[in-house]
Every structure is written in C-alpha cells, then in structure tokens.
Design a protein around this ligand. Structure first.
Ligand SMILES: [Zn+2]
Length: 248
C-alpha cells in the first residue's frame, strides 16, 4: 500500500511538475531591525537584533556584486500564491519597527546599490523616541525601492490580547499607513513574532497577502503564507554568516 502511494506521488510529480515546484519555493526572507553603531547603553538583548552600518553595507554590496535580486514581500507573496517558482537568486529584505535609522542610514545604501526593501511600521509610535515621523513614512511611500507595510498600531504581542483588540491593532495600522502613503498595504509582520492560526486567518481576511514571523523555522514546514519564517540578522553575525544564510 505504502509503495503504491509513493508510486502515485512520483507519477503526480512527473505529470504535474509545477505542483511539486510550487510546494518547494525558496526565497530567503531576511529580518533586520536597527542599523546602528553599538553604544555602551545598548542592551545585550537589543544587540542581538542590531547590525552596524559597516556590516550592513558589506552585506548589501555582496548582494549587488553576486547578482542577487531583491524583491518586495508583496511580490514574493504574489508569486507564492500563484504557485510560481521564485528565481533562485531572489531575496526579500525586511526591516521591523520603522526606526529613524531607516531613512538616515539604510535608504542611502539601498539607493547606492539599487536594492529593494520592505519596512514594517507601527503608526502608533510615529515620531516618538527613535521612530520615524509621519513625514518620513509619507516620503518612503514615494520611493520605488521601499514597500511600506504594517506591524500593528502599537507593537502589541497579538497572542496576549483579545481577538477584537488584535483585529483593531492590525486593521487600524493598515488603514492609517494606506492613508499616509496613498497605496495599498498588503504585507504584515507579527510583533515579537506572536502568531497562531486564528491570527493568521484574521490577517488574511483583513486583506493582507502575507504575514511574517520572527522564527527561522524551515519554509517548507509552514503550510500558509500568513506564517512565513524569516532569517534573523544581528550584529553577532559576520558577512560569512550572511552568505551562509542566503545559501540556506
Ligand atoms: Zn517589531
């Protein structure tokens, strides 16, 4: 019986090769937070998520020099939904939290190497502490190199609040950002990576086309594009670690 099932599966791959390909898409989704020089007040916890401008530029130079194609999360999601195979040298660069180092430090490097990135922002924090201002977000909305995406209003761990509260955190962030940039917002990132099946269904029903988490679990183990894993970059990484991550 088992042999019969295996034989049927192999026959299906031969007859419908695209079906098999669609299940084994591979596009690295890289997760960045701040790109800053580490200072004495940086906590060990934060340090694990940060990367220095020097190393960041080395990584972007590597992508450019080795023929990598950076694509927006929304385009990766559209390809995954359509069952299209994403080109082997594609990579998605994502940045969480909408901190002010993005327009100041990251964007000039993206422009220098003509690379694309998706940035997940929390409109509830705009202009506060180290976050971007409303004007910064509006300006990013005009950039061909940046996809502005949602990360809830107030960076809430959605698994710790009611479903009603989760819904307004997700929906309001989408509405506010769309109003600011005058473009549809279709990509979502779960703050602190907090996700579950109910939240994934909610993200989908609110008009998003993808949801990314913070864990690095294998892509093939994720049954839905609303719980997509990402590869984490922190300053403890070196360029060699980055290259290894890219190659999977
Ligand atoms: Zn975040």
């Amino acid at each position: 019986m088992k042999n019969k099932i295996v034989a049927l599966f192999l026959a299906a791959i031969l007859v419908f090769p695209n079906v098999a390909l669609a299940r084994t898409y591979h596009v690295p989704i890289i997760m960045y937070h701040k790109v800053v020089d580490i200072c004495p007040s940086t906590s060990k916890k934060d340090y694990a998520f940060y990367i220095t401008p020097k190393l960041f530029e080395a990584e972007m130079r590597y992508l450019r020099n080795h023929g990598y194609k950076t694509i927006f999360m929304k385009d990766a999601a559209a390809a995954i939904a359509a069952g299209k195979n994403i080109s082997g040298n594609s990579v998605v660069l994502t940045f969480d939290d909408g901190t002010s180092d993005f327009p100041e430090t990251v964007l000039p490097v993206l422009k220098k190497y003509n690379l694309h990135a998706t940035i997940y922002v929390n409109p509830g924090f705009n202009g506060k502490n180290d976050r971007m201002t409303w004007e910064d977000i509006m300006a990013l909305g005009h950039s061909d190199l940046v996809e502005v995406a949602a990360h809830t209003m107030d960076h809430v761990n959605l698994t710790t609040v009611s479903l009603d509260e989760a819904r307004s955190q997700i929906e309001d962030s989408k509405t506010v950002i769309e109003h600011l940039i005058d473009k549809p917002v279709v990509s979502f990132a779960y703050p602190f990576g907090g996700h579950n099946a109910d939240l994934a269904n909610m993200v989908q029903s609110l008009g998003f086309t993808s949801g990314v988490i913070s864990e690095q679990i294998g892509e093939e183990s994720s049954s839905t594009q609303f719980i997509l894993p990402r590869l984490r970059i922190g300053d403890t990484n070196h360029i060699e670690t980055f290259i290894k991550l890219l190659r999977g």
